[in-house]
Design a protein around this ligand. Structure first.
Ligand code: ADP
Length: 192
């Protein structure tokens, strides 16, 4: 099964991706995690993206497309994978379509985790307080405001994009974590 989880920062994409990984053995491909690892390792890509990420902007499409393309070829993706945080722009979605076509792979579903924006700030403040080793550099008020506006302008259009392809499914992300998990599982049964 090859899935995309779509939703604003704080919607719970990472949490649900982890559940799916544990339950089904799909690989979790979080571009945010991969980029943070590059920053921590001070690799050339990490040095290039650190400032951009810290202020809540998107890193360039080229960089993330390259990272995802290499990652999808790893053996642990053979059983399936969940894209979490990618694509984030229509250009990335088009690049993903071309990439998968070249690799002879198809997406099974795009699951939107729909939430009211009003709750996101609280959720992210809570996450910042609970993160081991200190909060993420971009879990502060300024960067968060930027991430939300970037989401609205650049990522939200993907909902129409995937609606148009017939792949879009939506679950109510305002439910409890466990209820969202059940809704996601039901969606998977429908598309299987
Ligand atoms: P969240 O879901 O909380 O916004 P992520 O961990 O997915 O956080 O992403 C953190 C940051 O990493 C983004 O604000 C952006 O700078 C960068 N990033 C992650 N994925 C992408 C992507 N697909 N395209 C461009 N930048 C990305």
């Amino acid at each position: 099964m090859r899935l995309i989880l779509l939703g604003p920062p704080g919607a719970g994409k990472g949490t649900q991706a982890k559940f799916l990984t544990e339950r089904h053995g799909f690989a979790q491909l979080s571009t945010g995690d991969m980029l943070r690892a590059a920053v921590a390792a001070r690799s050339p890509i990490g040095l290039q993206v650190k400032e951009i990420m810290d202020r809540g902007d998107l890193v360039s499409d080229d960089v993330v497309v390259r990272i995802v393309s290499e990652r999808v070829d790893q053996p642990d993706c053979a059983k399936g994978f969940i894209l979490d945080g990618f694509p984030r722009t229509v250009a990335q979605a088009e690049a993903l379509d071309q990439m998968l076509e070249r690799k002879g792979l198809k997406l099974d579903a795009v699951i939107e985790i729909a939430v009211d924006e009003g709750i996101l700030l609280d959720r992210i403040i809570k996450r910042a307080e609970e993160t081991e080793g200190g909060p993420r550099a971009d879990d502060n008020a300024d960067a968060l405001a930027k991430r939300l506006s970037v989401y609205r302008e650049q990522t939200q259009p993907l909902i129409d994009y995937y609606h148009g392809t017939g792949l879009l499914r939506s679950v109510d992300g305002m439910q409890s974590m466990g209820e969202v998990r059940s809704s996601v599982e039901m969606t998977l049964k429908e598309v299987a």
